[in-house]
Write a protein that binds this ligand. Sequence first.
Ligand SMILES: *[C@@H]1O[C@H](CO)[C@@H](O)[C@H](O)[C@H]1NC(C)=O
Ligand SMILES: *[C@@H]1O[C@H](CO)[C@@H](O)[C@H](O)[C@H]1NC(C)=O
Length: 366
Amino acid sequence: MGGARFMTGMLLLFMALSSGVRSCPPSDRAALLAFRAALHEPYLGIFNSWTGADCCHNWYGVSCDQETHRVADITLRGESEEPIFERAHRTGYMTGYISPAICKLPRLSSIIIADWKGISGEIPRCITTLPFLRIVDFIGNRISGSIPADIGRLQRLTVLNFADNQISGTIPASLANLTSLMHLDLRNNLLSGPIPRNFGSLRMLSRALLSGNRLSGPIPGSVSLIYRLADLDLSRNQLSGLIPQVLGKMAVLSTLNLDFNKLSGPIPLSLFSSGISDLNLSRNALQGNIPDAFGPRSYFTALDLSYNNLKGAIPKSISSASYIGHLDLSHNHLCGKIPLGSPFDHLEASSFVYNDCLCGKPLKPC
Ligand SMILES: *[C@@H]1O[C@H](CO)[C@@H](O)[C@H](O)[C@H]1NC(C)=O
Ligand SMILES: *[C@@H]1O[C@H](CO)[C@@H](O)[C@H](O)[C@H]1NC(C)=O
């Protein structure tokens, strides 16, 4: 009898202890509540579930590490097909700012606060003190201020996405210290100054998207050291100087968008016989002839060289390209007969108009 009661007592104690361990620590709960207090979400009620002692269970967008039972992920997306959005028949909208209280979540591994359109304020400086951060994604808000200068401290960071905000200042030199970074998206902000010269230290990077800013200066040649880089988008900036010839030697680069900059000089030969299949050099100040360097390795879903100062004839070798889906050579100073061949059969006049004296199909006969 006494033994059974003892066992029951032990069991209850064990259950109390284990549920106590599984519940989130009061300090994590307090940090989340302070984070919530700085935000205003009027339409969906995403924070209605943030009640009770255990922030690890059923708090919308919060999840905890199984081992440590500390808050590990905050995932709040304003565009989603989850029931809460379906019911409201609308996308999310939220105002307020991202509170530095998140820095009191020492085991935070990912923070995604995306597409809420109205969140303003600055990126909390203190996020660089969170050693376990792997993913930071604040896309689609109205965040201003600059990128923390010591962002390079986040040694585990694999995804950094600040796209579609109003972030200004320069790209910190320390960014190049993020040696685990795989995905960098800073598109459509107000960033100015140069791309750090040591950008090529980001050895794990596969996508570097910096378009739609006010970046100036040259494209650092060190970019070519990023062996895994597949997608480089530097379009709609104020970059100047030459296109580094080494970009055409990169192992897996398939998308290169440099359109709407102030790049000058010739188009490097290497770009046409590389693995690049989506190449946009439109709206620069590129000069000289189109390199006579097409071959069976040339495979383009899109090749846009429009609005430059290219002259001379379209090289005959372009007929030996294995595929050109979309071609735009308009608004240059090209002259002469348009080559014949399979890559051209489907192209329309708009690919060739506004040049000095191009002729032949699909334009008028020479
Ligand atoms: C990058 O990291 C190295 C080594 O940790 C450090 O010495 C250097 O100051 C860092 N660079 C920047 C610009 O923060
Ligand atoms: C290339 O860039 C220009 C200028 O930014 C843009 O208008 C055009 O649509 C782009 N071309 C392709 C094929 O995407």
